[in-house]
Design a protein around this ligand. Sequence first.
Ligand code: NAP
Length: 256
Amino acid sequence: MTDLMERPTVLVTGGATRLGFSFAYALATAGYDIALHYHQSADGAQQAADAIMALGATCKTFQFDLSGEHPEVLIESVLNEFSSLQVLINNASAYEAATIAQTDMALLQQQFSVNFFAPLLLISAFSNKCSKGNVINILDNKIAFQQNNYAAYLLSKKTLSEFTQLAAIEFAPHIRINGIAPGVVMPGEERTEDYIKWRVAGIPLKRQGRVDDLISAMNYLLNNEFVTGQILTVDGGEGVNHLGRHAEQFSDRDIL
Ligand SMILES: NC(=O)c1ccc[n+]([C@@H]2O[C@H](COP(=O)([O-])OP(=O)(O)OC[C@H]3O[C@@H](n4cnc5c(N)ncnc54)[C@H](OP(=O)(O)O)[C@@H]3O)[C@@H](O)[C@H]2O)c1
């Protein structure tokens, strides 16, 4: 990272908006050139690239629908522009509410194609073409829960979590593969302030997560060369806040 010509490149999927842009910007600040993938946010991608290039990094944008049959083609497109590809951040995600009873094949395909099939095939292509490197899969702290209202989304993220460990074994020692499971950091615009306060009340550390909390997790996973196959949950303890019922809570009035 000393010579501008030798800067390593990171591919950030879904890098035009929200957390993906924050990851790309932080990585550019840390000395990476940026392959910024987007799907529909063309204006956002251009604004993101302008902001990143203002830092002195090279940034090129790649438009691609990751729900298609050959998401791995994205790796070839990036390598045509950047021979120094060393890091893949699988951040792009589809997020649709539906219980199991409301879930059909189309929804399963949509959620799994973006959230699981694409990361798997991108990692496979990355490992075939790049002799060494680092992958971070962006998960969700909800993998610790059984929230059936987001059944297909949740199952796709749980599967990606398991896959992170499986892939870490297959692609060691040349490629390290880890995951970050964020809690409530950047809720969708439809979420009200009251909703966020209510969520924070259930978080042991009693605050919403900050983007910097995720970036520090990302830097740790990228920089610690003895860590692979790990899921770093960054959620203020929400995912371990399962007290369950126990004898000291029980009183006769609880008998049904
Ligand atoms: N926000 C949070 O607090 C939070 C909490 C837990 C987990 N996470 C995880 O963190 C990551 C980022 O979260 P976020 O809230 O920033 O994500 P987001 O806004 O829901 O979506 C991120 C990106 O996914 C891309 N995308 C969606 N469908 C696609 C498709 N078919 N092909 C290619 N790209 C597609 C979109 O690209 P375009 O806009 O270009 O179409 C979008 O920029 C996700 O993996 C999410 O599950 C976030």
